[in-house]
Design a protein around this ligand. Structure first.
Ligand code: ZN
Length: 280
């Protein structure tokens, strides 16, 4: 099942690309708020498994928003691929990769334009995004996938000058400009994903591929990440986890390269979909 946020309403997207409004199809039991479907995820998936929604929504790229537009928490993991840690000059984390937040006001949808901060060095980071479906506190890695609603495509856009200003890295602050957390084009539930532990992911700028990796190379796999986070944090339905980026970011290039006004960034994850953003 694919769930999208279309013009602020939760919709189910069929394999034929046709979409149905969830509030209409469920007689008001679920939706229309896209965030609301996660609050009662078990009941929602039970309904969706037998429902035959009549397509009534014309999906348009411009109308798509983040499938989780206002999560209670956004958790992000840094340096979670060895090749990315190496290119940025860090040792791969021996125990726990950096955990930080992207403030929720930076979330945007899968298509559109994003403003580059004046004088900044804005970098790209393709990531698989996890959306939580069941409250997770002190869950084991073995049980972690049972707490996931599905996966989506994310970009952890990062302004590198601000990120390294001060005595400790400013991960959360420098990665939270408006539009710096695109998520989309929809949420794909795990039953539709061929191998949830090994997904290709990448991104390109104006057609030139800059990142190409696989989630099987994650230092902390998605289940281990959820287990570790849940030792401390209570993850709630709808919460979002940016799981880390593979190598190929502009900061690690020689010479370094950053996003420029007029460039288009295409971001994809195998089996989930793609996003496209233009910068100005
Ligand atoms: Zn990142």
């Amino acid at each position: 099942m694919r769930i999208a946020n279309h013009e602020g309403r939760a919709v189910i997207v069929g394999s034929d690309g046709k979409a149905a409004d969830i509030a209409t199809a469920s007689g008001g039991r679920f939706g229309p708020d896209p965030q609301g479907v996660y609050d009662d995820w078990d009941a929602f998936t039970a309904w969706a498994s037998t429902a035959v929604p009549v397509p009534d929504v014309e999906l348009g790229k411009a109308g798509l928003g983040s499938p989780s537009p206002a999560p209670s928490q956004v958790v992000a993991i840094g340096l979670n691929y060895a090749d990315h840690a190496a290119e940025t000059g860090f040792e791969p984390p021996e125990h726990l990769p950096p955990v930080f937040t992207k403030f929720a006001s930076s979330i945007t949808g899968p298509y559109g334009e994003i403003e580059l901060p004046d004088g900044g060095h804005t970098d790209w980071e393709v990531e698989v995004v996890v959306v939580i479906g069941r409250t997770a506190h002190r869950v084991t890695a073995d049980a972690a996938w049972d707490h996931v609603a599905g996966l989506s495509v994310g970009q952890d856009l990062s302004e590198r000058i601000l990120q390294f200003t001060g005595q400790a890295p400013q991960f959360g602050f420098a990665k939270s400009y408006p539009g710096f957390a695109p998520i989309g084009p929809w949420l794909v539930t795990l039953d539709e994903i061929a191998d949830r532990d090994d997904l290709a992911l990448g991104c390109s700028i104006d057609g030139e591929t800059v990142q190409s990796g696989r989630t099987s190379k994650l230092l902390y796999s998605i289940p281990r990440t959820i287990a570790k986070l849940s030792e401390v944090i209570t993850l709630r339905p709808g919460d979002v986890i940016f799981t880390g980026t593979p190598d190929g970011v502009g900061f690690g290039m020689s010479p370094q390269r950053f996003l420029r006004s007029g460039e288009t960034l295409r971001t994809w994850v195998e089996g989930i979909g793609e996003m496209e953003h233009r910068f100005y």
